[in-house]
Write a protein that binds this ligand. Sequence first.
Ligand code: SF4
Length: 329
Amino acid sequence: MTVGELKREIDGAAEMFAAWKDEGISVVPSIHFTGGEPFLFRDLWEGIAHARQRGFDAALMSNGILITDEDAGKTRAWDVFDVQISLEGPAPVHDRIRGPGSFRGALRGAKRLIAAGTRVSANVTLSRVNIRNVKETIGIAKDTGFNSIGFSRIVPCGRGRELLDFLLAPEEVRDAYEQAFGLSDAGFSVVSGDPLAGVVRGVRPPADCRLTLSGCSAGFSGVTITSDGTVMACRRIGLKAGNLRKKSLREIWATSPLLWKLRRRESYRGKCGTCDLWPTCRGCRAVSYAFSSARGKADLFADDPQCWLHGRGQDGPSGRHPGKHSNPP
Ligand code: SF4
């Protein structure tokens, strides 16, 4: 999309939320500018300025490498509420995953933002490569001056089969979240948007609830819009709900069969379909879809293969180690 199209869609979303308000539905809308790498988009600041002027909170998700002092100043000037920078572990681990020199670039960008007074959070994608570095990575983030650190799971999409070996076994995911949350303190929070992290934290729905309350955001509390206007339930699922060049966001949100399927309990199979925690969890649909696809039987509503509750569902990751010299693609 051109920046003109981007601004038009921001206006359309603002009108949608205003119309919802007339129906008594009030939301605090936010736009998270991500990529790829958002700092490669020439008109990024024009888009962010427009979003802020139309009443959206704005956040950025970046690898940190391209952030200049001028960008850092603009994050402050436009009151960007959070800049998330990927931090996969100590330098050798981070660079193994993201490329030589990327650790130094990430911390340089983070320090520029911190100096400008912007809130900065680190994000770790948990996999077999960095599972042993949870405590050390939290220490690096604290020492650098990050405000918080978030954890998510690797999604074996794209060259899925190659990533399968890097997936953690269910109990490893649980233990990693327990360890990470135990290192949270008053001045530095450890967070996660992963539905399974909510399970670790004891998030539970009221009895007999059939509504989506929290958990996986796909179809429920957010969409991804890609650079060509495609609307997806989640950037890691990749299935299309529509395109903004053909339909408005409001129409796609209200009528997409894909989004409605994600909102309905009867779509879900296996453990997730019958689980009491469905309203507040539903597993990570991206992991379920990517894992089942890589196994040759794509199913968006399959079990989350990394959930440790109710026994093994779809034949999940075993915790075996990939070859010593394997690198994540
Ligand atoms: S079975 Fe599914 S809904 Fe229940 S806790 Fe596990 S991932 Fe969440």
